[in-house]
Design a protein around this ligand. Structure first.
Ligand code: COI
Length: 355
């Protein structure tokens, strides 16, 4: 079956909210576009996807998602180019990853044609919500929740797959300060760290709140057993530059296989920058910070794009990382955005026209 054969039930909004939105002053994730998509899994089958006006939905308090957190999500973006065409960036990666996450959470996989057909239809309906401008995009949040009623601790037999979208600007509008985790952990071997499980993020809020109380913005998570190796930040993967070499941790059970992460690695290789994808020790980074060889740290993620880390705390000591000329973070962010906004050739075929 090809995607055009997929049936969709569409109910359009009677009154668009777009004129009430100040697109020059958006708080990330707070404003939703006019429509959303949902598709229920009932009796072992995904039903007809529906596109409806964005709004509240009803679930019983006993729905399993509220009790056991059986939920996964994705983060994607649609970009508008100078000619008004709308592009997705490596969307197949997100599609594959949500099903990988679902599998780990015992959620049935979602069909590819349902995903792309409903996503493209949704974007076409809300195309005015995708604005042009550097750092500007329509953030796309696909997610799946367990909707069976009943508090027995077992996987649900009903699910709802949904896609909502939000017009977005930069997730971080300034460089961030981080702390290297020494007490709490994000993920452990054999766990769900590699999945975009809702609980992976919720479980970070308390330690992050403690970090924020100290004037820091985020935590760089270390491995759960020794806290000796730097793995990933709360909302993104993380890169370090020692001298001219870029370092990032390899993906494993505990680390999200980030689309921006793998794109930055590729862009670095395209630019003949030496990239080491290997365990990054706290000791190595702290020592390099002391000797001045640590040139930069930056985070990379869909929502964040690329964000500079201006300093980190470890063992109650703060290490400042002044901005540098010829920053890899700045350079690769620009290369990435040039591709995302269709300003340059796309040598790796990363972009997909939305409609
Ligand atoms: C994204 O970058 O899209 C994410 O899903 C991270 C999120 C926690 C904002």
């Amino acid at each position: 079956m090809n995607s055009t054969d997929i049936q969709l039930d569409i109910t359009k909004t009677k009154a668009s909210k777009i004129d009430q939105v100040d697109f020059s002053n958006l708080q990330f994730g707070k404003v939703n576009s006019d429509h959303m998509m949902y598709c229920d899994y009932i009796d072992g089958e995904w039903q007809t996807p529906k596109i409806v006006p964005y709004g509240p939905m009803e679930f019983e308090p006993s729905a399993k998602v509220f009790h056991y957190g059986q939920a996964v999500f994705e983060g994607m973006k649609a970009f508008k180019d100078e000619d008004g065409q709308v592009w997705l960036f490596r969307p197949e990666q997100n599609f594959e990853r949500i099903n990988k996450s679902s599998k780990r959470l015992a959620i049935p996989e979602f069909p590819k044609d349902y995903f792309f057909n409903s996503l493209k239809t949704l974007l076409k309906l809300d195309k005015e919500w995708v604005k042009y401008g550097d750092g500007t995009s329509l953030y796309i949040r696909p997610f799946v929740i367990a909707t069976e009623n009943g508090v027995s601790a077992s996987e649900s037999d009903r699910y709802r797959f949904m896609i909502i979208t939000c017009p977005a600007q930069a997730y971080y509008n300034k460089p961030i300060k981080v702390i290297f985790a020494q007490e709490y952990s994000r993920a452990a071997d054999g766990g769900v760290g590699y999945a975009k499980a809702a609980g992976n993020y919720g479980a970070q809020f308390y330690p992050t709140k403690l970090a924020k109380a100290k004037g820091l913005d985020q935590i760089i998570w270390t491995d759960a057993s020794s806290h000796e190796y730097l793995e990933e930040a709360g909302t993104m993967n993380i890169f370090f530059r020692i001298g001219d070499r870029l370092l990032t941790a390899p993906t494993n059970d505990r680390i999200l296989d980030g689309v921006t992460r793998k794109s930055i690695i590729q862009l670095a290789k395209d630019n003949d920058v030496e990239v080491t994808v290997d365990k990054v020790s706290v000791k190595e980074i702290v020592e390099a910070a002391k000797t001045g060889e640590l040139k930069e740290i930056f985070g990379a993620g869909t929502a964040a794009t690329v964000v500079r880390v201006e300093g980190f705390e470890y063992n109650d000591e703060y290490y400042d990382l002044p901005s540098i000329d010829d920053s890899y973070g700045v350079r690769f962010k620009k290369s990435l955005q040039d591709i995302q906004y269709n300003r340059v050739e796309d040598p790796h075929n990363w972009t997909m026209k939305a409609f």
